[in-house]
Structure formats: structure tokens, C-alpha cells
Design a protein around this ligand. Structure first.
Ligand code: NAP
Length: 281
């Protein structure tokens, strides 16, 4: 079998176009505030990408670039001010924060109805009980991809590699909500290969190049590679050995051009949702 390659880039463009069309019908423009503390070059690239996405979708965006020496208090005051602004529907604080700043406190300070990353414990709890307004962008992007390609997860065995709060755990929850039977694997899982071979849907979110080889994949499985690693040559790659696994899978996502663009598109969806919550839609 040779897998269908799931085109995250094309799909993300469609999702953003959908957002743009909906924004046009709104009484007021949705707004997103992005906070960047310090000068992490990767974060700079991400923030620039998010601003471009906002411009494409007709969403107003505002960037706050703060020096690495910013105090916890100053950062919390900024979040508080943004919480109180009617023109700001979503607040995103780009992670990681420089040393000395308490990430958890900052994420908890963002008003839950503006928490477009879906990292606030309130929204994480809502996700757990299936009553969420927002879904975390990366796992939501994966679900959007599965839907777009007509892949029904109900009754399937989904195996998620990784249990982080931003990818693995919420991914497992979203798959469970859609009636998959879910196994979550992590660094202490014995015989990872055996667990993977039981997967109808395999989501890899570990961050280890070459982790998933063809012998770990069931014939016809759907393979979603969330990871973004740099190989020895500095090239972006995932956890999955793409060429060999594509020979066995029914569907597979590439890296780059798979989950990455979808993550960005889902942030636009969440900003739209936030604006709706604020009565603008
Ligand atoms: P993370 O917080 O480092 O979590 C990695 C997870 O993998 C942990 O749960 C860890 O287990 C598990 N793990 C480590 N080694 C393992 C092994 N040998 N076998 C099985 N599980 C193992 O990373 P993350 O933030 O979730 O990100 C994961 C990957 O996705 C990274 O490559 C990241 O760059 C990428 N990512 C991509 C996007 C996107 O938009 N495409 C978004 C976010 C993240 P323990 O819990 O036991 O340590």
C-alpha cells in the first residue's frame, strides 16, 4: 500500500479562508493580542506567522514585545489589562518564557474566555468533561485533518505517543470524545513497538527523529506525525520514518506541511470562537 499524503498546508489554507469569510459577517472585527517576552528566534518566527495569519483572516492583531528582563508583575499587569479590553478577544503568550518568569501563573492569569491556546486549567477541565469552547490548536488541527479526509475514528484503536499537556493528553481526550479507544504511550511504556502495531490511528508527538519505523505500523493504519525535529543536516523532520511508513499506512502526514500549518489555522478558529463568545459574531 502507498499512503495518501494528508496535505496540511492546503487544508490550513481552506480553514483560514473559512475563518475569513465568517469574520466578514461579524459586527466587529475579532482581535488577538500576542505577547512575546525575550528574544528567542524560534518564538519570533512563530509570532510573525501568527500575525500573518491574522492579517489573512481579517483578524485584528496586536503584538507586545517585552524585554527578557520583564518582571512577573509587569507581565501579569499586561495580561490583566488585555483581559479587560473589549477589542481583544484572544490573548496568547508565546512560550517558552525566559527564565525567572512563572509560565503557569501567566497562563492562569489569562481570562478563560480569551484563552485561545486552551492552556488555562479551566479550559483543560472543560475539555476533560467534553464541554469545551476552545480546543488546543495542535490536537484540534489533527482532528480537523482526520475529518477532512473522511477518517472516522469511532470504534478505532488510537495510539498517542506522548503525554504532554499541550499535545499528547488533549489529543487523547479529543479522540476519546469521538469514540476512539485510546492508548497513551510515554517514555516509560514498555514495548512501544507492540503498542504502535495495535493502532488503527497512530499519533506521534514525542520529538525523536526516526522513532516510528515501518515495522511498528499496522498495514493500513493512519499515521499522524505531530513532531517537529531538526535532523543532523538541520532539516525539519518528524518522529516517523516517512518513506518506509508511507508504504504501509493508508494515510500519513508529512513534516513539514502536515500538522504544523493546521496548528496555526486552528488558532484563527479559536480567535473566531472567542469573538463569538464576546457577542461579535
Ligand atoms: P514534550 O513535552 O517533550 O513531550 C514529549 C512526550 O514524549 C513526553 O510525554 C515523553 O514521555 C514522551 N516520550 C519521550 N521519549 C519517548 C519514547 N522513547 N517513547 C515514547 N514516548 C516518549 O513535547 P511536546 O511539547 O508534546 O511536543 C512533542 C513534539 O511535537 C515535539 O517534536 C514538538 O516540537 C512537536 N510539536 C509540534 C507542534 C505542531 O504544531 N506541529 C505543536 C506542538 C509540539 P514522558 O512524559 O514520560 O517524559
Amino acid at each position: 500500500m502507498s499512503a495518501t499524503i494528508i496535505d496540511g498546508k492546503a487544508l490550513a489554507a481552506q480553514v483560514k479562508e473559512r475563518v475569513r469569510q465568517q469574520v466578514e459577517t461579524f459586527s466587529q472585527r475579532p482581535g488577538l493580542a500576542v505577547i512575546l517576552v525575550g528574544d528567542n528566534p524560534a518564538s519570533r518566527v512563530y509570532v510573525d506567522g501568527k500575525k500573518r495569519d491574522c492579517a489573512e483572516c481579517g483578524i485584528y492583531s496586536e503584538e507586545y514585545t517585552l524585554p527578557a528582563q520583564t518582571s512577573q508583575r509587569e507581565l501579569l499587569e499586561l495580561v490583566e489589562a488585555l483581559n479587560g479590553r473589549a477589542d481583544v478577544d484572544g490573548i496568547l503568550c508565546q512560550l517558552p518564557l525566559p527564565q525567572g518568569l512563572d509560565e503557569r501563573a501567566v497562563l492562569r492569569a489569562i481570562a478563560p474566555d480569551k484563552d485561545v491556546d486552551c492552556f488555562h486549567p479551566y479550559n483543560v477541565g472543560e475539555l476533560m468533561i467534553g464541554e469545551q469552547s476552545f480546543q488546543p490548536c495542535t490536537p484540534a488541527g489533527v482532528m480537523e485533518m482526520l475529518d477532512a479526509y473522511g477518517i472516522d475514528v469511532a470504534g478505532k484503536h488510537a495510539v498517542v505517543l506522548g503525554r504532554s499537556n499541550i499535545v499528547g493528553k488533549p489529543q487523547a481526550m479529543l479522540l476519546l470524545q469521538r469514540n476512539a479507544t485510546v492508548t497513551i504511550c510515554h517514555s516509560r511504556t514498555p514495548d512501544l513497538a507492540e503498542q504502535c502495531r495495535r493502532a488503527d490511528i497512530l499519533v506521534a508527538a514525542v520529538g525523536q527523529e526516526g522513532l516510528v519505523t515501518a515495522d511498528m505500523v499496522k498495514e493500513g493504519a493512519v499515521v499522524i506525525d505531530v513532531a517537529m525535529n531538526r535532523n543532523a543536516a538541520g532539516k525539519l523532520c518528524g518522529d516517523v520514518c516517512f518513506e518506509e511508513v508511507a508504504q504501509k499506512a493508508s494515510y500519513i502526514t508529512p513534516v513539514p506541511g502536515g500538522v504544523g500549518p493546521m496548528t496555526r489555522a486552528m488558532l484563527m478558529v479559536n480567535t473566531l470562537t472567542a469573538a463569538r463568545l464576546h457577542g461579535k459574531g
